[in-house]
Design a binder for this molecule. Structure first.
Ligand SMILES: O=P(O)(O)OC[C@H]1O[C@H](O)[C@H](O)[C@@H](O)[C@@H]1O
Length: 328
């Protein structure tokens, strides 16, 4: 896993190369009214990240589906993107099959499996990713193909990938800082109940942190966002204590009002636990900042796994669950 995380900046370059070679025709002579992205876990997080990151330029509503069912609004004017690294995740395949029955336009993002087979058999465009790794370690590939697909259809700016291309340099230039901050985060979380907060626009960062701590570090954690947590969870801190380690991801692009809310939240939570860490974003754009946070989180999950002494790769309980489901 260390190697795969270290390769993240290179994966960005490789994914951009795949995007530039992708031959897509799904958008020709087509007008869409909405977009649905179907994906679970390490492939679903891209479907959360991309709509949030490009919200200020998206011309259509983009909805993430993480279940077997698609919403009833899906019809022949819907673009449905199926994102599954293995191509075999049953919730995603079920949603894609339903979308097909409703006449939607489908595009697949996958390294192979049933999803690629389905796209080939039904003449849908698909982008093939390099296979053989845990899906969560290949996030750059799925995210970048989502941006590629939406930019080709001009649902987001046609040059949206230009901003992504700059991320690689930021990550290389900031590697020492990223690793130092990641170590600090891992030590902060060690033997504590992890809680992640971000402003709403950055929810995907908090979710990615939760997912990576779950799968790589084998630990429970939760996340919430400002401002919504100010209306409920903040009150729950009456039951908080030093067993909790709270991390605030602070975006450079946060609104003044939400920045104020973050500061006040910190002050209130600080009365219950001493373990509060703020991690500040870096980068010249929201896209650069997003990749910066993701890389830092990925390293932190590995450092925490090391402190705990667990194997970051194995996910035996998920394997057990899937194989038991398959017996039905
Ligand atoms: O990307 P996919 O192959 O559809 O996989 C989606 C998810 O499936 C499993 O639950 C894996 O353990 C997760 O790590 C993965 O993110």
């Amino acid at each position: 896993m260390d190697k795969l995380v270290a390769q993240f900046p290179k994966q960005i370059a490789d994914a951009l190369e795949i995007a530039s070679r992708s031959e897509l025709s799904f958008y020709k002579n087509k007008t869409f009214s909405n977009v649905v992205i179907c994906g679970m876990g390490g492939s679903g997080i891209g479907g959360k990240m991309v709509p949030q990151l490009f919200a200020d330029q998206a011309k259509l509503p983009i909805v993430l589906v993480q279940d077997y069912q698609i919403p009833s609004f899906v019809n022949e004017n819907t673009l449905v993107i199926g994102s599954s690294y293995s191509g075999n995740t049953e919730e995603t395949l079920s949603a894609i099959n339903q979308a097909n029955q409703k006449g939607a336009t489908i595009v697949g993002v996958s390294s192979g499996g049933e999803l690629v087979k389905f796209c080939k058999e039904n003449n849908y465009d698909y982008i093939k990713l390099p296979g053989g790794n845990p899906p969560r370690s290949m996030m750059a590939f799925s995210v970048i193909q989502l941006v590629n697909i939406l930019a080709k259809a001009e649902i987001i700016d046609a040059n949206a990938l230009d901003a992504v291309a700059k991320c690689r340099h930021l990550l290389n230039d900031e590697l020492m800082t990223i690793k130092a901050e990641a170590k600090k985060l891992a030590e902060h979380l060690f033997n504590k109940q992890a809680v992640f907060y971000a402003n709403n626009d950055l929810e995907f960062v908090a979710i990615r942190a939760r997912q990576q701590i779950n799968e790589n570090s084998k630990r429970l954690c939760w996340h919430h966002v400002v401002p919504e947590m100010n209306h409920n969870e903040l009150v729950g801190w009456a039951g908080g204590d030093n067993n909790f380690a709270v991390t605030f991801f602070i975006s450079q692009f946060i609104s003044d009002r939400n920045a104020k809310r973050m500061e006040l939240s910190k002050e209130i939570i600080g009365k219950r636990t001493e373990n509060i860490l703020s991690i500040n974003g870096k980068g010249k754009s929201k896209v650069e900042e997003a990749f910066y946070f993701i890389h830092l989180i990925d390293w932190a999950s590995l450092y925490l796994a090391e402190l705990i002494g667990c194997d970051p790769v194995e996910v035996k309980v998920i394997d057990y669950l899937k194989s038991t489901l398959d017996k039905d």
